[in-house]
Design a binder for this molecule. Sequence first.
Ligand code: NAD
Length: 261
Amino acid sequence: MIRVGVVGAAGRMGREVCRSVAADPELELVAAVDRSPGEPIEGEPRTLSLDEFADDDGRLVERAMQVAIDFTHPDVVLGNVRWFLDHGVHSVVGTTGITPEGLDEIRAIAEAGPANVVVAPNFAIGAVLMMRFAAEASRFLPDAEIVELHHAAKADAPSGTAMATARRMAASRGAARAARGEERVPGARGADVEGVHIHSVRLPGLVAHQAVILGGQGQTLTIRHDSVDRTSFMPGVLMAVKAVASLPGLTVGLDALLEEA
Ligand code: NAD
């Protein structure tokens, strides 16, 4: 049994993750951690703050988590990961918004210590494949734009998935493409990430969706993925939790795990 703590446990993703961990016979849910101590989450261990979870010497209490799963907020995730690394706890991080510099810092600390980290902007297998197919397609169709659509409460834009997709497409495409045309209203052409324009839609009723539209002579190719509910992320999260102890240092994206599955 792997002892697992969920950080951000009271959130939309955190609640689903708690349910999935509790239902998995190979995993034991030992802590559901959220920002402020409060009422217990129904059917789950009580909520704790991260500091409350350490003993007086700052070490984790007995039966502490071996793997932490973080679905919190872009503003706090880096601090949380530093905490996991300082306490020798492996982590699986779904929170988006970690900068390339933040990833470099995590990589350096993880490579120097005993705890490993998996960071993935999207744990849905279909979204991972969508990113892979988009990178492959951009080799042949270098003109492409991304439309990502999420629920109205999403904290960051563009989405981490869209940013990762754009970077992968730019890397496989070679020379960056120039944006054409003048913006009559600032933002009309979306965000330019390494030459790939990203358009972020935020509406109630949506979960997480992305279309990559590639254009060529007399044709377009659209690669689209839809997460229609949050259970779509759970098989990927559980896969990462079970693999993280054997993945030294920092692993970014689910691709490395899919190759081994
Ligand atoms: P949410 O706002 O519903 O939940 C976030 C929770 O984190 C809240 O309960 C909040 O109280 C808690 N929190 C904030 N700061 C904290 C701290 N310092 N310590 C402990 N808990 C803290 O958000 P959500 O919709 O669940 O999304 C969470 C994150 O996951 C976002 O960054 C989102 O983009 C990302 N996300 C990733 C994937 C993926 O597959 N990687 C999928 C969906 C969402």
